[in-house]
Design a binder for this molecule. Structure first.
Ligand code: PLP
Length: 367
C-alpha cells in the first residue's frame, strides 16, 4: 500500500512542468528592471481580459484589494449597504467593511452553496448600493435573478470571482456577468501567481479607469493626484509568471472537471453528499466539497491514510468574532451554519492522478 502524502494542492508539480519558461520570464523581468507596472503587467491585463471575454482588466495587489477597489469605483462608502453571502471567505466581507459600508449578509442555497437570490430580494433596503455574488468553489452563483434585482433597484453587481477563473454561467464567463468582477491570483487559486496578486475585469470603461487610478495613488501623471488612491499593484514578476500560466488554464480547468467526474463516480453510493452541478453552470472545481454523515470520522480516515483535507469554511461570516458588531446570532442563517458544521474539502488540483483519486475515495468509504 502506498502511504505517501496526498497534498491538498500540489504547486510543486506544476512548477516542475513549467520551470524553464517561468524561470526565463522572471530573469527577463529582472534584467529589464521594470519591477512595478512593467511590460508584463500591461500584457497580462490584455491577455486576461480577452480570456474572460471582457473588454477591460486592471491588475491589483490581491483579490481582497480587487473587491475593495471595485467597491470604491462604484462610489460605495459610509452609510451604504452591500449584500453578500455569509458562506464565503472572510475577504468578501472585509472588503465591504474597508469602504465604510455595511456588509448585509444572507444565507446560501442548500443545493449549490451559492448566494440565495430570494434572500437577496428580502435584504434590499433604501441604503443598498450593491450585491456581491460569490462564485463559490468554482461554480457561478445564479446570476439572472440577481441581475434582475439589481436592474430593478438600481444596484451594482460586483462578482467575487476569486474562485472562478474560467467558470461559465449559461455560456458566459464569470468576470463578464455583472458591472465589475474581482479575481485573486493567490498561489492556490485556479490561476495562481508565486505570491499575491489580483485583478478586476469589467465591461465598463469608466469603472476600469477608476480602478486604474485608485490602484496607483490616484495619479494619471506622476505626482498629480486626482483622487485619494492606494498602492495596490500587481508586481511585474508576478504578471510574468501569470502570463506563462494563462495559456494552460483552459486545460487545467478541464483536468479539474475530469478529476471531479472521477470523484463523483468513485464516491457514488458512499453516503457522502457530493457537489451538485447547477444546470446553468460550467464548474471549474476550485474546491471539491463533500458532506459526510460524520465529519470527525471522515477526517480521521483521511488522516490515517495520509491524505490532506480542508474545511471551506468552518465559521460563516456572521459568527466570526471579527463581525460580532453585526449583531447576528447563531440560528440567523441555518443553511450556512449546517454546511459549516458538516463540509469537508477533498484534494483537488489539475495534476491529481487517478491513483490518488482512488486512494482518497477508498479512504472516504467506511470499512
Ligand atoms: C481568495 C479569495 C478572496 C481574496 O483573495 P486574496 O487574493 O487572498 O486577497 C476573496 N474572495 C474569495 C471567495 C476568495 O476565495
Amino acid at each position: 500500500m502506498n502511504h505517501s502524502k496526498i497534498p491538498f494542492v500540489d504547486l510543486q508539480t506544476q512548477y516542475q512542468h513549467l520551470k524553464p519558461q517561468v524561470d526565463a520570464a522572471i530573469v527577463q523581468a529582472c534584467t529589464r528592471g521594470d519591477f512595478v507596472l512593467g511590460k508584463d503587467v500591461e500584457l497580462f491585463e490584455a491577455e486576461f481580459a480577452a480570456w474572460c471575454r471582457t473588454p477591460h482588466c486592471v491588475s491589483v495587489a490581491n483579490g481582497t484589494e480587487a473587491l475593495h477597489l471595485a467597491l470604491l469605483a462604484c462610489d460605495i462608502g459610509p452609510g451604504d449597504e452591500v449584500i453578500t453571502c455569509t458562506h464565503t471567505f472572510i475577504a468578501t466581507a472585509i472588503a465591504i467593511h474597508a469602504t465604510g459600508a455595511k456588509p448585509v449578509l444572507v444565507d446560501c442555497d442548500p443545493k449549490y452553496y451559492t448566494i440565495d437570490p430570494a434572500q437577496v430580494a428580502r435584504a434590499i433596503t433604501p441604503r443598498t448600493k450593491a450585491i456581491i455574488p460569490v462564485h463559490l468553489y468554482g461554480q457561478p452563483a445564479d446570476m439572472d435573478p440577481i441581475l434582475e434585482l439589481a436592474k430593478k433597484h438600481g444596484l451594482f453587481v460586483i462578482e467575487d470571482a476569486c474562485q472562478a477563473h474560467g467558470a461559465e454561467y449559461k455560456g458566459r464567463r464569470c468576470g463578464s456577468l455583472g458591472d465589475i468582477a474581482a479575481f485573486s491570483f493567490y498561489p492556490g487559486k485556479n490561476l495562481g501567481a508565486y505570491g499575491d496578486g489580483g485583478a478586476i475585469t469589467t465591461t465598463r470603461k469608466d469603472l476600469a479607469e477608476k480602478v486604474w487610478l485608485l490602484r496607483n495613488y490616484g495619479q494619471r501623471v506622476k505626482y498629480e493626484h486626482s483622487c485619494k488612491g492606494v498602492n495596490s499593484r500587481l508586481d511585474t514578476i508576478q504578471a510574468a509568471v501569470l502570463r506563462i500560466k494563462l495559456p494552460h488554464l483552459e486545460s487545467w480547468n478541464a483536468a479539474r472537471r475530469a478529476a471531479a467526474a472521477q470523484y463523483n463516480q468513485l464516491l457514488a453510493g458512499s453516503g457522502l453528499a457530493l457537489p451538485q452541478l447547477a444546470p446553468y453552470a460550467t464548474h471549474v472545481y476550485h474546491l471539491y466539497v463533500v458532506q459526510p454523515a460524520s465529519r470527525q470520522q471522515l477526517q480521521a480516515a483521511l488522516d490515517a491514510a495520509n491524505i490532506s483535507h480542508g474545511i471551506h469554511y468552518p465559521i460563516p461570516i456572521h459568527l466570526q468574532p471579527a463581525f460580532a458588531d453585526l449583531g447576528l446570532k447563531a440560528g440567523s442563517f441555518p443553511v450556512a451554519e449546517a454546511l459549516a458544521a458538516k463540509i469537508v474539502s477533498l484534494p483537488m488540483f489539475p495534476e491529481i492522478t487517478g491513483e490518488q483519486l482512488q486512494r482518497v475515495a477508498a479512504a472516504c468509504r467506511p470499512a
